[in-house]
Design a protein around this ligand. Structure first.
Ligand code: SOE
Length: 374
């Protein structure tokens, strides 16, 4: 049976997922058969152009029409359009893959989590960094006890696209549309990654601290001729830091920023255990640095062997892969779960768990003290 895919959104994430869908039959022949069926968006001209480039057979300016026509729905729109279409799709029995963070607010994320719990189909949150081969390899090491008892995790996500105060206003800077800024957009990825890697070892999060800062509180909106039309308020954080206390006694430190000059998309995580450590950086995503008991320093493991997760689908050892491949792996797992009636992780439940952390970090910042997550 062919799965007809409907996709809401045709910009950055639309392109990343459309590329993944196009690659699947070529590199993952055991993936379910798919048809890039309907692309959904509001601007008819831009939509028609994107549909042609991305290989979609149809377009729709109304997501409700698309949901009636497809077997699977991808919600890749801005955060404030995550809840309504995703819930409608789930209520119609259509599986959903939704971009992160799950929603702008914890309340909305909760309604999405509940809709997923009532539905009998997969509902996935698109935390793509779980699907980096080196991250899967790291998880294997942790599960096998190679690092011993996990004591500390340290995650950071650094970007620099807002250092310039004249950088244009965008929906990601609006609290109503985005929820939060660097915290939800970038921190959500790191919280999920930490949970994926060490969640089973360290248990849930007990309490968090939080500090959010907005460095530039309004930004220009530019007309097509480059002139400034107006200035709009920035109502989200430009950067956050947080400390996390896990139930096991393990500690976490996390940060993200859009103001780290010189760092374009620098997502890194480190884990320290009683007998070893590991370090991962997205800037060298084919590698993992590992220190085992007795080592005098970190050893760099090139995670490109045929035996490494997902790598046998691509190139011979040493022929490195990139950021876009994480979406192919994510789409493969999600669509396989849909076709086989299996479960997909990260689920909406896991997206909701991350949202609880985002909410707690904001509450901690507002109160100026540590807060519990429940
Ligand atoms: C923001 O700049 C962004 O595009 C995020 O929204 C993505 O989730 C991240 O992977 C790259 O940066």
């Amino acid at each position: 049976m062919t799965l007809n895919i409907g996709v809401l959104g045709y910009r950055f994430m639309g392109k990343a997922h459309a590329n993944a869908l196009a690659r699947l039959p070529m590199f993952f022949p055991d993936a379910p058969e798919i048809e890039r069926h309907t692309l959904v968006g509001r601007d008819e001209e831009a939509l028609a152009d994107a549909a042609e480039r991305f290989g979609f057979a149809h377009t729709a300016t109304d997501w409700e029409d698309a949901i009636d026509e497809v077997d699977v729905f991808y919600n890749l729109g801005p955060n404030h359009v995550h809840a309504e279409p995703s819930i409608a799709a789930l209520e119609a029995g259509v599986p959903v893959l939704c971009e992160k963070p799950l929603a702008p607010t914890l309340d909305e994320a909760e309604t999405m989590r509940d809709a997923a719990a009532d539905a009998d189909v997969p509902a996935g949150t698109a935390f793509n960094y779980r699907f980096v081969p080196a991250i899967r390899y790291a998880k294997g090491l942790i599960e096998d006890g190679e690092l011993g008892e996990i004591r500390q995790v340290r995650g950071r996500y650094l970007q620099d696209w807002l250092v310039d105060p004249e950088a244009p206003w965008a929906w990601r800077m609006d609290a109503d549309m985005a929820g939060s800024g660097a915290l939800g957009d970038l921190g959500a990825h790191t919280f999920d990654l930490a949970d994926f890697l060490v969640g089973d070892e360290v248990g849930g999060v007990d309490r968090v601290s939080g500090h959010l800062q907005t460095f530039v509180d309004e930004r220009p909106v530019y007309a097509d001729d480059g002139s400034v039309e107006e200035h709009r308020d920035v109502t989200v954080d430009d950067a956050y830091t947080a400390q996390v206390a896990y139930e096991s006694g393990a500690m976490g430190t996390f940060e993200a920023t859009r103001f780290a000059a010189g760092h374009k998309n620098d997502h890194a995580i480190e884990v320290h255990g009683s007998t070893g450590s590991l370090k991962f950086s997205l800037e060298r995503l084919n590698e993992l640095e590992v220190l085992r008991e007795g080592d005098r320093g970190y050893q760099t493991v090139l995670v490109t062997d045929e035996t490494d997760p997902y790598v046998d689908h691509w190139w011979p050892p040493g022929h490195v892969i990139g950021w876009e491949h994480t979406f192919v792996h994510e789409n493969y797992e999600f669509l396989s779960a849909v076709a086989e009636g299996g479960a997909f992780e990260p689920s909406f439940e896991q997206g909701y768990a991350v949202q609880k952390l985002l909410d707690a970090v904001e509450r901690a910042d507002e109160r100026g003290e540590w807060v519990s997550v429940e």
